[in-house]
Design a binder for this molecule. Structure first.
Ligand code: SF4
Length: 194
């Protein structure tokens, strides 16, 4: 099961091309200036089975894959690896954001972390430092690093195809999801989709 904070079927600012986005609930890193403080708590939000979420992602027309964001995806690495495998087996790609530095993740022997890395095409790693903020790439601050793990998504791909900015999505019930790199005053909605 994945403890999911939010799900968006289609976004143009969370990786290359149009992608579904899964925000996981819970992050221990507490970066200063974090956009998503509502996602720090590890309390239960929307517990969803991997195959159920995979089916929802695969049913969305016109997307190239899914992005895992948070919260901290590597705190739920095992179930996200299962979901990532299901998505990639259908020819789609996986982008994973993490507050852990890429070097820390890539050198780890943790089986669950390695499993998620194996199902990740593009890793965006590193804590968010407000003073290093940059709006010019998928990295929210300049210390963060994009690492192409499979070759399916190259390092420049995200920036060239947009992948940045702020996006507002109005759902069928009128709920608004804000994503991308908003100013501090604009908060992530964290829409539940159960
Ligand atoms: S890793 Fe992401 S969600 Fe966690 S505190 Fe840092 S910016 Fe916020």
């Amino acid at each position: 099961m994945i403890n999911c904070a939010g799900f968006l079927e289609r976004s143009g600012v969370n990786g290359p091309g149009l992608r579904a986005v899964v925000w996981v609930q819970g992050c221990p890193l507490r970066c200063r200036g974090c956009f998503n403080r509502d996602l720090w708590s590890f309390g239960k939000k929307w517990l969803v089975k991997e195959d159920e979420l995979a089916a929802r992602i695969l049913a969305v027309p016109g997307i190239g894959g899914v992005t895992f964001s948070g919260g901290e995806p590597f705190c739920q690495a095992a179930p996200l690896a299962v979901l990532g495998r299901m998505v990639r087996e259908s020819g789609m790609s996986v982008v994973t954001f993490s507050g852990y530095p890429a070097e820390t993740l890539l050198s780890s022997r943790r089986k669950d972390w390695r499993a998620l890395l194996e199902e990740t095409d593009l890793l965006v790693g590193g804590p968010f430092f407000r003073e290093c903020r940059t709006p010019s790439s998928l990295c929210a601050s300049a210390n963060q690093e994009m690492v192409s793990l499979s070759g399916r998504i190259t390092q420049g791909h995200g920036g060239e195809e947009g992948g940045t900015g702020v996006e507002f999505t109005i759902g069928p019930g009128g709920e608004v999801t804000t994503t991308g790199f908003p100013e501090r005053e604009i908060l992530f909605c964290g829409r539940r989709c159960a």
